[in-house]
Structure formats: C-alpha cells, structure tokens
Design a protein around this ligand. Structure first.
Ligand SMILES: NC(=O)c1ccc[n+]([C@@H]2O[C@H](COP(=O)([O-])OP(=O)(O)OC[C@H]3O[C@@H](n4cnc5c(N)ncnc54)[C@H](O)[C@@H]3O)[C@@H](O)[C@H]2O)c1
Length: 394
C-alpha cells in the first residue's frame, strides 16, 4: 500500500478581490484547520489589484493570472496543480468559470446559486462526474455542529414523523434602496441580468431551502411561491413567500427576504414532528432547542458530550466556548501582525488604546496569582500585588 499524501491541499480562487464580500470568508475558513494552501488565483476583475492582494496573501506572482481561462490552462498543466478552485464571483459568471475548471480536471467549490438556470447547473453536475472531480456548493449553514445534530435527531426519529417545517432567511440588509447609493453588493444583486429576476430566492432562498432539505432529508414535491418587491423602484424581487409540499405530503413554509426591516441575518428553522419539535437559528448557532409532546423544553449546547458524532466531530472549542472564541483568537493575531509588520517594515505601528495583551499583562497576571495565594495564607487578609501602587490609607 502506498503511503498517504501528507502535503496540504492546494487551492485557487476566482473572485474575492479587494472589497469583495465572501471570498475572504473562504480564505479564512480554508486556513482554520491548515488543510489548504492558497496558491493561485484571479482575485477580482482588476489585474493590478488582484496582484497586490495576492502578494499579501502569499500567492506566488507567477500563479496570479489575467483571467480564469489562463488559470485553468496553466494550472492543469502543472505537476503541482491546484486541487480545487473556489469560484466566488457574482452569479452570472459561475457557470462558465466552474465549467472551465471542471473540464480541466480540477475540483470546484462554486458559490450559490450554482448557476442561473437548472440546465446549466445540471451540466456542471454532469461535467464534474464525467471528469471524476468534486463540485461543492458552500451552503455552509449545514456545517454548523448543531445543524448536524438536528439532522441526526430527525433521521434517528427523535421527532417522530415530520408534520411541518417552517424556515426563513429574512434579512433586513437591503430594506432600503442601497443600490441607488453605490453599494457594490446591492448593485449586482438588484440587477436582473446578474442576479436573475427572483434575486432574493437565489440569494437567500437557496440557503433556506438547502437547510430545510438538509435537516429533514425531505425533498420538495411541489410548491407555490409569491414574489414581491418591497422596496419601491427595485428591479428584482426582494421578498418571497413559498408554500411547499415535501416528500410524504409534509407541508412547509419558506420566507426569503432581503427587505425584512431591522432583521439582522434572519436565518432560522423549526421542524415539527408528531413526537417533538426542534428549532435552530443562525444568530444563536451553538444552541438547538428541542421540545417534547408535553412541552418539555431542552436546550442542547455545542460541546456537550452527549451530542452525536456528526456534531461533535465539528466542534473545535470546548463546552462553554462559543464559535466566536476562534474569532477572538484571530483578532489577537490581527493586532499582533500589525505590530510585527511595522517592526519588520520600519514603519510606525498603529497606536491603539485597545490592542493585544503584552508581557506586561502576563506579568500582572502572575503577580495577581501570587497576591491571591499570599492573601489566602494570611486568612484572606488584604494583599497588594507586586508592582501595584497601594492607595494611601487615610
Ligand atoms: N455562501 C454564502 O453564504 C454566500 C455569502 C455571500 C455571497 N455568496 C455568493 O458569493 C458570490 C460572490 O458574492 P459577493 O457578495 O462576494 O460579491 P462581491 O461583489 O463582493 O465580490 C465579487 C468578486 O468577484 C470578482 N469578479 C467578478 N467577475 C470576475 C471574473 N470574471 N474573474 C475574477 N474575478 C471576478 C469581483 O471583482 C469581486 O472581487 C455570489 O454568487 C453570492 O451569491 C455566498
């Protein structure tokens, strides 16, 4: 048996240029477990900005390409070709870009909605299979540990037979006409030629729909949808209400909106069965609420030792630490990098009142420990940590 490869997977990216939204999230995510090394890309439409961004990301200059076609041709010819390419461009370009890489024998992570019609989406599925490569779509809400737990519980029959599903991705991010104010993401999302006329359904509805399918394992047999534009003058629909009939005639309701005034991200799902129900929402992602027939409510928390393997294998932080813990660590390193870079480059570091803790803070901590111990040994008498200036006694 040959030894397994131990090298990192090599990744490329198309899109995710300076100021772009989701590309940087992909980059952060790929770095988290150190499994991927970003080695190639076309980081936006502007070649100069793409090169500058790539330099900062450590992507070698000879692997920053003018466009995705050049990239697919050059990469597929290399011995150290990228293993996967992330397509993080606006919707109308997904098909051509993804197909180009799949045909070149390179796996693709393509942003949602996969393409703007099902014929082209099916074509991508076919091309991926024909070339023996992976085509993945980052409906990443299904990767939350507690969503996996919910899906496992439904499959294990914890809720009994599913009777109703209610899901919504109703955000308030575009409840005003942002597209008229030069907002970059709003501009293309409200352009029917780029986002498609039922824009909100592709943009947010596909996430809600995937979450519903993922947790329940049920498919939509038929549906009835109503589309509206709540923001006057908008050229695409920004509000959708959909009634569905799922496998086994299970009824469901889906609401997608980018004009749900005041709502933040607004993604949540409730699944009802004849033995119990569950509820999960993105703004409190590490809790899953489960309710029994008699109304007994149990809150499951990420990190509990009793969770399914599907959930526990995705948990990097211990019980009591929310997902934000990893971001707090990342923020520590961001501040530290600012200081280290300034020293390396001989420039002045940003002076911030609030930045990373230094050795002085570490020292203060040790003195604190000593003072607590000393106090304890003296029947909890007042103790002054070394270095502290004691307040004058009056
Ligand atoms: N999975 C999610 O949760 C999620 C979240 C946000 C956006 N998205 C999807 O990600 C995609 C991008 O959205 P966004 O908000 O980041 O858009 P954006 O407008 O912020 O960024 C798009 C980037 O693609 C670049 N680009 C466009 N055409 C290109 C080309 N031919 N070659 C190279 N670069 C090109 C632009 O220059 C820009 O840098 C969309 O399909 C959107 O639906 C998914």
């Amino acid at each position: 048996m040959s030894a397994p490869h131990t090298r990192q997977l090599l990744a490329g990216m198309v899109g995710g240029g300076s100021g772009a939204d989701i590309g940087k999230t992909h980059r952060h995510a790929m770095r988290l477990d150190g499994l991927f090394d970003l080695r190639a890309g076309v980081f936006g439409r502007d070649p100069l900005q793409s090169a500058v961004l790539a330099g900062g990301l450590g992507v070698p200059a000879d692997r920053v390409y003018r466009d995705y076609r050049d990239m697919a041709e050059a990469e597929s010819g290399r011995a150290d070709a990228v293993d996967v390419v992330v397509v993080a461009t606006p919707n109308d370009s997904h098909f051509e870009i993804a197909r180009t890489f799949l045909e070149a024998g390179i796996s693709v992570v393509c942003e949602k909605p996969l393409t703007s019609d099902s014929a082209t989406a099916a074509e991508l599925v076919r091309v991926a299979a024909a070339n023996g490569v992976v085509l993945a779509v980052p409906h990443c809400y299904s990767a939350y540990a507690m969503v996996r737990q919910a899906a496992r519980m439904v499959r294990d029959g914890r809720l009994g037979n599913i009777t109703f599903v209610d899901v919504e991705h109703a955000s308030g991010w575009a409840a005003s006409p942002l597209e008229q104010l030069g907002h970059k993401q709003a501009a293309w999302r409200t352009d029917p030629d780029v986002a498609g006329f039922p824009s909100v359904v592709g943009d947010l509805g596909t996430h809600a729909f995937h979450l519903l399918r993922y947790i329940t394992g049920l498919e939509a047999e038929r549906l009835s949808g109503r589309l509206r534009s709540l923001v006057p003058g908008r050229r695409v629909f920004d509000h959708a209400t959909v009634e569905l009939q799922l496998t086994g005639e299970v009824p469901a309701r889906l609401w997608a909106s980018m004009a749900a005034t005041g709502n933040n991200h607004g993604l949540r799902i409730r699944v009802f069965g004849d033995q119990g129900s569950l509820a999960w929402e993105h703004e409190d992602p590490h809790h899953l609420r489960v309710q029994d027939l008699d109304g007994t409510t149990t809150i499951l928390t990420e990190g509990l030792s009793t969770l399914s393997e599907d959930a526990s294998r995705l948990t990097r932080v211990g019980l009591g630490h929310p997902e934000g813990f990893l971001e707090a660590f990342a923020n520590f390193y961001r501040d530290l990098a600012g200081e280290l870079r300034a020293r390396r480059d001989g420039t002045l570091p940003a002076t911030r009142e609030l930045s990373f803790p230094t050795g002085e803070d570490g020292l203060a901590g040790v003195r604190f420990v000593e003072a607590v111990a000393a106090s304890h040994h003296h029947d909890a008498a007042w103790a002054v940590p070394a270095g502290a200036t004691q307040k004058a006694q009056v």
